[in-house]
Ligand binder design. Sequence first.
Ligand SMILES: Nc1ncnc2c1ncn2[C@@H]1O[C@H](COP(=O)(O)OP(=O)(O)OP(=O)(O)O)[C@@H](O)[C@H]1O
Length: 341
Amino acid sequence: MPVISIHDLTKRFPSVTALDQLTVDIGPGVTGFVGANGAGKSTLIKILLGLQPATSGEATVLDLDVATQGPAIRDRVGYMPEHDCLPPDMSATEFVVHMARMSGLPAASARERTADTLRHVGLYEERYRPIGGYSTGMRQRVKLAQALVHDPRLVFLDEPTNGLDPSGRDEMLGLVRRIGTDFQISVLVTSHLLGELERISDQVVIIDGGRLLRASSTAEFTRATQVLAVEVAAFDSGPDWTAARDRLGHALAGHGLRVVPDGRLLMIDIAREETFDVVRDTAAELDLGLVRMEQRRHRIEEIFRDGAPGHQAGADAGAGGPAGGPVSGPDQGGAHRVRTP
Ligand SMILES: Nc1ncnc2c1ncn2[C@@H]1O[C@H](COP(=O)(O)OP(=O)(O)OP(=O)(O)O)[C@@H](O)[C@H]1O
């Protein structure tokens, strides 16, 4: 049963259509909601919380109607807003207790839940210091704690990694993942960075200009391709990786495999089951060491890079044949911007 159900939802502002006939069902677990800046992510969250009316269309959250049951939704759902909204003179404990009381918790359980939640987000030691002296990462954790303190069934996290450096981002993503796994709270987390959502989400919804581009399980997005990526090192020619790569490439082409170089790698069509053995044996015959041999997986960002939703990016990487030029293989890097603002 979907946790969130959105049907034909449109939101028009005077000068822009923020959501355009959006229809999508979102199941339990961690859902990554991705789109460029201005794609309509925050607008959707506000409509789902009953804080803003839609222009047309319907949506339910935990089976509650967003148009008429906003307060009941906000009782059951936690919300971490994108922008900083923290009082600098209060400590994390004071602020989170206050938010717990606002959600209707009695004083004693508000204090107890606050201590538990701050421990969970890694702020226990610092909980009595004024928020004004906190780093960006700590402030993000306070916002996360206040979203969790009333023990919601579902949380909306709007760009929780905003402003964080790579290690802070990794820690935040780990926390978000644990909310879904350890606490069994469903999560809708937004980002304009595709790579980070791919890592932590059970399903991913991609919007562009307020329209649905694609919604599917992460496993479906990142399923294995029929391309084997191989990197070799030459024992006898030192650091000349180009020569080693090309020797192997030509030998494999001689075995009837379709091979395309891509930087230090060879992209090889997995035409038959023995392909792995042929690569291993040929590298050994040529006295080359196998540094890496892995079946490529689709990356979510390929959907954007290659334009068309559902495009079989990477699956035909070897189609150029042995004589084909270098192809741009699946991305090796980390998170990518969908579109810079
Ligand atoms: N209250 C408003 N009045 C007018 N236009 C608005 C309002 N809120 C949002 N918009 C516009 O709607 C579009 C979608 O904005 P929204 O904030 O939902 O995008 P987003 O995907 O969350 O991006 P960001 O992360 O940059 O906030 C943008 O063009 C924005 O300028």
